[in-house]
Design a protein. Structure first.
Lengths: 489, 485, 96
């Protein structure tokens, strides 16, 4: 049953081919068996999962079930879960048990989904390889010597290895799409403001957005619909109705105008990846879409813009971790200053400290205008580029990442090389537009992702476009050899 | 050498909202530690601020009352610094775009002249929690009940030139926020606080001197003392050839001096930037008009009306309008005295003298607010009614007032039980005059030989004989006649 | 551009981060590279461009009604606290 998508699982649960408890137990076993090789989870919530399974069974039996009732999922450990450790991949929160549920968790609980556990991630979502986690790196299920991407590496690896049928994730600069690409799964980052940020531990507030990593666009549509929506607890949540993403999945693509971002097909893009992207585009042409080249001249500045804006916001967002009210506290502090400096110095990992320091620097007296304000102006230029492009085309397409998954440790020592992994994904965060990544083939036996972006609140269109491709191809149904069997050990 | 003092004030007024500025926690004072701090106030991971609309409305109300510009778009910014009473590691405040800008307030100086003090801005922000040091040897305890209580910080121009002016301005702002019912003004509980920026310069100099910021001045009296101390200290430093350092100083009311604050020694770099968790606050003309319609009669308007309507002096009008409750009390007394009709100038003046005089003195002596007065408006009006209907004299009325204050009885009951009713019977007064004249033949002779001054002696003697109850006007008239022979 | 030791130390102090001796040159190197990377922004023509603080321009702050929605839960919330006494969070003495 691990190879089934959510919609397939939902049908079989209703047909009583197996029960929610059987499904949950089978996945919990897979998680446990995969943990030594993949390290995809920080916490497994077996007990509460089985309790949720029982409740789901009751609602299925009584006919009160919704479309997601009884379907298991994993939450990225950045979402606060009541009564469950919420670590954000950090030593700082290793002992932190959230007293409340994030809005996303609350909504998916209410939809009857069964939480299997919390997935591993780059510390405070800062990283593109999952190597910055306090709990050790997550491995790529396609080759455990390689990184799964990040920061939602645990979620992507879990779905790729079919140890969780679907997982929540977050994306600040590509943290859903890049690991989805590297692990061969489908990931969507919705429009900024579409999914509530309440209870999602903040990295960079003006860029962070929750989303889904799933086996298919159809599965993503099901879960995204349930987790989206207006939330009075998040001032940046947008009060517009959530369309039924599943209903519009099969709309024809005839006349669809696809923009190819000229700046993305540059020398930094691996040739074999480019070839696969071009092949995917041919599938779209066959489906009736038209390809148009568009220019987004400010987009190449998205990496430097991001590395001002995101660290600036993170330096402030992470100031609350001071060892006073929760989280890690240094032993025997000499005085208040010592308490602060050592709790933070010892509780945060190297990359988090690097970003806090970068952000502190760009906001500090004398540098604010040159860096922060300048970056905000360039952000506006990038935003205008997207706006202009979406005046000409319906969606934009290109690669999600410059290359396939790289080796664990290969880029860990050079932050700039690591940052350039997100070169194609950051733009969507800066402009707040929705974007997704879908598998479009293999290079060197490793998955490659096609990125699709749309204008604000065009999630339904993106999912429709992605689903059309997945009806023509089966890249998204590929499972890494080591995880094909039901029993892993 | 002569020095000129330059003072600007930063006033923090807690807004009287029921809930906090960014959370639904209550704002009551004096609750048990951390019982009013929710996840947002505690800065738990993942939580977000949501703005209390009432706090914005109150800030706009203040802005309109000081003739300021209400910003159509204002922005919340983060002020970043680490302190245990600041759970997020930043304070949500307003920086470049405050909600209120460019207003002013007129104060009256001792010599009666008016002075206009500019208000640079008033912005919304959240209060911090409290660090408690008592009872813990090497530690401080943090109570975050106050964290997130809405504040407006009212920043004045450096327009004040003496501690007295600063106090006059502070009092005026204090009166205003209570009129507007946006702040309870309680300085002991810290709902109304003030920091003073103080500098001195040579008379005639254009450039301001280096300023010190004095914190923790929590009473009007301390403001004056702290500023005067600081001015003297700075002049001392300058005259002995030193330089004033720009720094934050703490006022110590026990020692009556200011001292440098160690914790604020290092140069602050607050790294302000727009808070990405909050969007710009947009206020349109309709909103402003709506708030404007709810503004009460303001202190200056009320004082002007009292002067015009009741013929009061500017001074009396100012005193009687120093609080909304006092003004209402006064108006009630005057109206009741006039039997519910528009009071005459005399009635209004009589009421004013008593409310601003005996009553104010009694309240002051017992440290009571007007709302806690032991004599209500109706009681005082009844007493004054006995003066105007000649039942008692003004002098006897003072005794009756004291008895009313002490015993809580109606004026008439006291007049009755103590037999204080004025003697208006001509025969009785004449009898008393005759007796006095008969008993003081020498003085009578002297008076009649031209010593007019002795008239007072006879008035006194007759008053004494009647227990002070003779109607003074009648007594005067009859005595003059009799003495003339 | 390269950042010197003192700059790294003062940034770390402002951010309240203790750094080991070994960490200082590492951050000196990587922060210098990052500063070079973000220095690419200099080339952008941004005269007259409005800074963008938020990805959904045109939206204004919503206002919540002034209603108390919270009750005392300090015991629950203090379960995560490293050191508490008499419902107060404890820190080394604050000197004013």
């Amino acid at each position: 049953m691990h190879t089934l998508t959510l919609s397939e699982l939902a049908k079989k649960l209703r047909a009583k081919e197996f029960s929610v408890t059987e499904l949950t137990k089978s996945l919990l076993a897979r998680i446990e068996e995969s943990q030594p090789t993949l390290n995809a989870f920080v916490t497994v919530t077996a007990e509460s999962a089985l309790a949720q399974a029982k409740v789901a069974e009751a609602s299925l039996a009584s006919g009160n079930a919704g479309p997601l009732t009884g379907l298991p999922l994993a939450h990225k450990d950045i979402f606060c879960t009541k009564g469950i450790k919420t670590s954000c991949g950090s030593k700082m929160l290793d002992n932190f048990v959230s007293p409340y549920d994030a809005t996303v968790v609350e909504k998916l609980n209410a939809a009857g989904m069964v939480t299997l556990g919390k997935t591993n991630m780059d510390e405070f979502a800062m990283g593109s390889s999952n190597e910055t986690s306090y709990y050790g790196p997550v491995k790529n299920p396609w080759d455990v010597k390689l990184v799964p991407g990040g920061s939602s590496g645990g979620s992507a690896a879990a779905v790729a290895a079919r140890i969780a049928p679907v997982a929540t994730a977050t994306d600040t600069g590509g943290s859903i799409r890049q690991p989805a690409s590297l692990c061969g799964v489908t990931g969507i980052k919705p429009t900024y403001g579409r999914v509530s940020r309440y209870g999602m531990i903040a990295f960079a507030s003006s860029l962070d957005q929750g989303g889904v990593i799933a086996q298919s666009a159809e599965d993503a549509a099901m879960v995204l619909g349930a987790m989206s929506g207006f939330d009075t607890r998040d001032s940046t949540s947008v009060d517009t109705p959530v369309p039924n993403y599943v209903e519009s999945l099969d709309a024809p693509l005839t006349g669809l105008r696809i923009g190819l971002i000229k700046e993305f097909f540059d020398k930094g893009l691996d040739a074999s990846v480019e070839k696969l992207i071009r092949e995917a585009l041919k599938v779209y042409e066959k489906l009736g879409a038209k390809l148009v080249e568009v220019k987004l001249p400010a987009l190449p500045l998205s990496v430097p813009t991001y590395y001002v804006v995101a660290p600036a916001e993170c330096s402030s967002n992470l100031a609350r971790f001071d060892g006073v009210r929760y989280g890690y506290r240094a032993k025997d502090p000499r005085d208040l200053m010592d308490l602060y400096k050592r709790s933070r110095g010892e509780g945060f990992g190297a990359e988090v400290k690097r970003r806090i320091m970068t952000g502190t620097y760009v906001l500090s007296a004398g540098y604010y205008d040159a860096y922060y304000l300048k970056a905000q102006r360039v952000r506006q230029l990038i935003n205008q580029d997207f706006k202009r492009a979406f005046g000409e085309v319906d969606v934009l397409m290109g690669p999600t990442a410059p290359d396939v998954a790289f080796g664990i440790g290969a880029k860990a020592s050079d932050p700039i090389q690591m940052y350039l992994n997100d070169i194609y994904t950051i733009g969507a965060n800066l402009a707040g537009v929705p974007a997704m990544s879908i598998p479009c083939g293999f290079s060197r036996e490793l998955p490659v992702g096609l990125q699709i972006a749309g204008p604000h609140f065009a999630e339904a269109k993106l999912l429709n476009v992605a689903h059309a491709y997945q009806k023509e191809t089966d890249w998204h149904r590929q499972i890494p050899a080591a995880f094909k069997r039901e029993k892993l050990s | 050498m002569t020095w000129e003092t330059v003072i600007g004030l930063e006033i923090h007024a807690q807004l009287s909202t029921k809930s906090k500025i960014f959370s639904g926690s209550p704002t009551a004072y004096g609750s048990s530690p951390n019982s009013q701090a929710n996840l947002v106030d505690l800065a738990y991971p993942g939580v977000l601020p949501v703005l209390n609309g009432e706090a914005v409305r109150m800030a706009v109300k203040f802005g309109l009352a000081v003739d300021a510009t209400i910003a159509p778009r204002s922005v919340f910014a983060r002020k970043n610094y680490f302190y245990p009473d600041l759970p997020k590691g930043y304070q949500i405040s307003q920086y470049e775009l405050p909600v209120v800008a460019r207003g002013h307030m007129d104060i009256v100086l001792d010599d009666g002249t008016k002075k206009r003090v500019g208000i640079t801005r008033a912005h919304l922000e959240e209060d911090a929690g409290k660090s408690l040091h008592e009872g813990l040897p090497r530690q401080s305890g943090i109570d975050l009940n106050r964290a997130g209580t809405p504040l407006i910080e009212i920043v004045s121009e450096p327009d004040m030139r003496s501690a007295k002016e600063a106090v006059a301005y502070l009092k005026k702002v204090h009166t205003l926020v209570r009129y507007l019912e946006i702040c309870d003004g309680n300085m002991q509980e810290g709902s109304f606080r003030c920091d003073a920026n103080v500098s001195v310069r040579k008379v005639g100099a254009e450039k301001f001197g280096t300023r010190a910021e004095i914190k923790n001045i929590n009473s009007f009296r301390f403001v004056e003392k702290a500023i005067n101390y600081e001015v003297a200290r700075q002049i001392d430093v300058l005259e002995s050839g030193g330089k004033v350092v720009q720094e934050t100083r703490l006022y110590d009311p026990d020692k009556g001096e200011t001292r440098s604050m160690r914790s604020k020694e290092e140069a602050n770099d607050y790294r302000y930037f727009p808070d990405p968790d909050l969007l710009p606050v947009e206020i349109d003309a309709a909103y402003v008009a709506n708030v404007k319609a709810t503004l009460p009669e303001l202190p200056d308007q009320k004082a002007a009306r009292f002067a015009a309507q009741f013929g009061l002096s500017e001074y009396d009008a100012g005193v009687l309008t120093s609080s909304k409750e006092l003004a209402a009390y006064y108006e009630e007394v005057a109206k009741l005295l006039a039997g519910g009709r528009e009071p005459s100038k005399e009635q209004a003046k009589l009421a004013a003298n008593w409310v601003a005089g005996s009553l104010a003195a009694a309240l002051n002596e017992h440290n009571l607010e007007i709302g806690e007065s032991r004599i209500g408006a109706a009681g005082l009006a009844a007493l004054l009614g006995r003066i105007t209907d000649n039942t008692i004299s003004g002098k006897i009325a003072k005794d009756v007032f004291e008895a009313m204050w002490a015993e809580g009885k109606h004026a008439d009951a006291i007049i009755e039980s103590k037999g204080l009713k004025q003697i208006t019977d001509t025969g009785a007064i004449e009898k008393a005059i005759d007796d006095v004249m008969a008993n003081n033949p020498g003085q009578l002779a002297d008076y009649r030989s031209g010593k007019d001054k002795l008239f007072g002696f006879f008035v006194g003697q007759v008053m004494k004989a009647t227990g002070g109850k003779a109607n003074p006007a009648q007594l005067n008239e009859l005595l003059k006649k009799k003495l003339a022979g | 551009m390269s950042l010197n030791r003192d700059q790294i130390n003062s940034i770390a102090h402002l951010a309240r981060l203790s750094l080991t001796e070994a960490e200082i040159p590492v951050y000196q190197d990587s922060l210098s590279k990052i500063v070079d990377l973000v220095g690419e922004l200099d080339a952008a023509q941004t005269a007259g461009i409005e800074p963008m603080a938020h990805p959904l321009p045109g939206l204004a702050q919503r206002m919540r009604p002034d209603v108390v929605t919270e009750t005392d839960q300090h015991e629950n919330y203090q379960r995560n606290a490293p050191q508490v006494e008499a419902a107060l969070y404890l820190v080394p003495k604050v000197i004013e």
